[in-house]
Ligand binder design. Structure first.
Ligand code: IFM
Length: 444
């Protein structure tokens, strides 16, 4: 018996259940000859990250991956979403790869396959090598070229064994959150850098996809995040505020790929700062069919017009129950996006929920972690995915974020998203009640 209201057999035959992580958040960046990344320097700058936490040790997955994959296997999961650290593979951001880095990912993939876990790779989940940050990072048009080279190196080593590959994780975070809102590395608040980064991430996706396809690699996609944007009132100014947010967060990246154009609403903000010739890149390189689309979804925000807010908008305080992140719990948003993406953007292209989960202030008591809030969150969102499937969305899998409690970027180690608790002093792993509930729901 599971505490969840769904079971594996409620989903279509072959539906994949997995869990997701990302390199910097779990591996331990100090091991294995990894180079410095812009997250190391961002975290070392006082005031950027809670407790000035960084990913130097993280969950020590670098040494403990066998134990972590045993947990996934024992939980009845089918697939594992992981990422490769660019700074680990190419400490200088270009040129000769670090053999220890590539060997590590080679071992990782074999350890997944040995447990019959399908490897879902994301090439870039945010560790830009510091030497590339030094030359302007994502604001520099050279970075997409370097990224295509990095992609080729990684895929040359493990591309023969991964089930699917995403170029980037959450380009909105890479570009807008990090260059306009200043909340993630490199922590800028600069509209010109933002406009360039917003385009260069998509150029990086396009160039890498083109390069990898040319080399015969298959099943290539991208992972985008979506956040339901609703207006605070019927006032046309609030409706326009929500539309601007929706365009910047939810439409910019997918429409670059499906329509070869960026939304007018956001161009109203960024247009004068866009790099010359961006339209040609869209037409020649970025607009191209995906083999699959990854959807990360967590929450919604409600927007009003606000002349003092970034871009002239701001979000209003939460009115629904929230997670430890302060994010409202709104499963209807997941159903909305899966259905909208299928009907208005990618048609029958396979869609995977590549991230969804919640943080809570979990505690180990008597050797166990009781997390009914997370069980409720999981239930609501997997049911939302089922409704989207019934409405015709070609959803093929669902990855819980995250396998382990881990480094939650600017929030440090305080926010616990894992279905497995990690004691960051001892590195002891304790599966939470939500892990056991999913295990029971997935049992064949
Ligand atoms: O931890 C992050 C992850 O790296 C990207 N997607 C959202 C998660 C929760 O904030």
């Amino acid at each position: 018996m599971s505490d969840l209201s769904f079971k594996r057999s409620d989903f279509p035959e072959g539906f994949l259940f997995g869990a997701a992580t990302a390199a910097y958040q779990i591996e331990g960046a100090k091991f294995g000859g990894a180079g410095s990344s812009h997250w190391d320097t961002f975290a070392a700058t006082p005031g950027n990250v809670v407790n000035m936490d960084d990913g130097a040790l993280a969950c020590d997955h670098f040494h403990r991956y066998e134990e972590d994959f045993d947990l996934l296997k024992a939980g009845g999961f089918d697939a594992y979403r992981f990422s490769t650290s660019w700074a680990r593979v190419q400490p200088e951001g270009k040129g000769a790869p670090n053999p220890e880095g590539l060997d590590f990912y080679d071992r990782l993939v074999d350890a997944m396959l040995a447990r019959d876990l399908k490897p879902y790779l994301t090439l870039y989940h945010w560790e830009l090598p510091s030497p590339l940050a030094d030359i302007g990072g994502w604001a520099n048009r050279e970075i997409p070229e370097r990224f295509a080279e990095f992609s080729e190196i990684v895929m040359g080593r493990i591309g023969d064994r991964v089930a699917a590959t995403a170029t980037l994780n959450e380009p909105w975070c890479i570009a807008f959150l990090s260059h306009f809102l200043g909340e993630h590395a490199p922590g800028l608040r600069d509209i010109r850098a933002t406009a360039r980064a917003m385009h260069h991430v998509m150029l990086a996706h396009g160039l890498a996809t083109e390069r990898l396809r040319g080399l015969g690699h298959k099943n290539l996609g991208i992972v985008l995040n979506f956040d339901r944007a609703l207006p605070a009132s019927d006032d046309p100014a609030d409706v326009a505020a929500a539309a601007l947010q929706d365009a910047t967060f939810n439409r910019w990246f997918i429409e670059a790929i499906t329509k070869g154009a960026y939304p007018e609403e956001t161009l109203g903000l960024l247009g004068p700062h866009m790099p010359k010739g961006y339209e040609e890149d869209l037409a020649s390189t970025i607009k191209a069919p995906l083999d699959w689309l990854g959807v990360n979804y967590y929450t919604r925000h409600v927007f009003k017009a606000d002349p003092d807010g970034p871009g002239g908008i701001s979000d209003v305080p939460a009115s629904l129950p929230v997670t430890q992140m302060g994010w409202e719990i709104f499963p209807e948003g997941l159903e909305y996006f899966l259905t909208w993406l299928a009907h208005a953007q990618v048609g029958d292209t396979p869609i995977y929920v590549t991230e969804n989960g919640m943080a809570w202030d979990d505690k180990v008591e008597n050797g166990a972690v009781y997390d009914p809030e997370r069980i409720g969150y999981i239930d609501g969102h997997y049911q939302a995915a089922l409704r989207a499937i019934e409405a015709g969305a070609n959803v093929k899998g669902f990855f819980y974020w995250s396998l382990l409690d881990n480094y939650e970027w600017a929030k440090g180690y305080e926010k616990r998203f894992g279905m497995v608790h990690v004691d960051f002093d001892t590195m002891v792993r304790t599966p939470k009640a939500s892990y056991h509930a999913l295990k029971a729901a997935l049992a064949r």
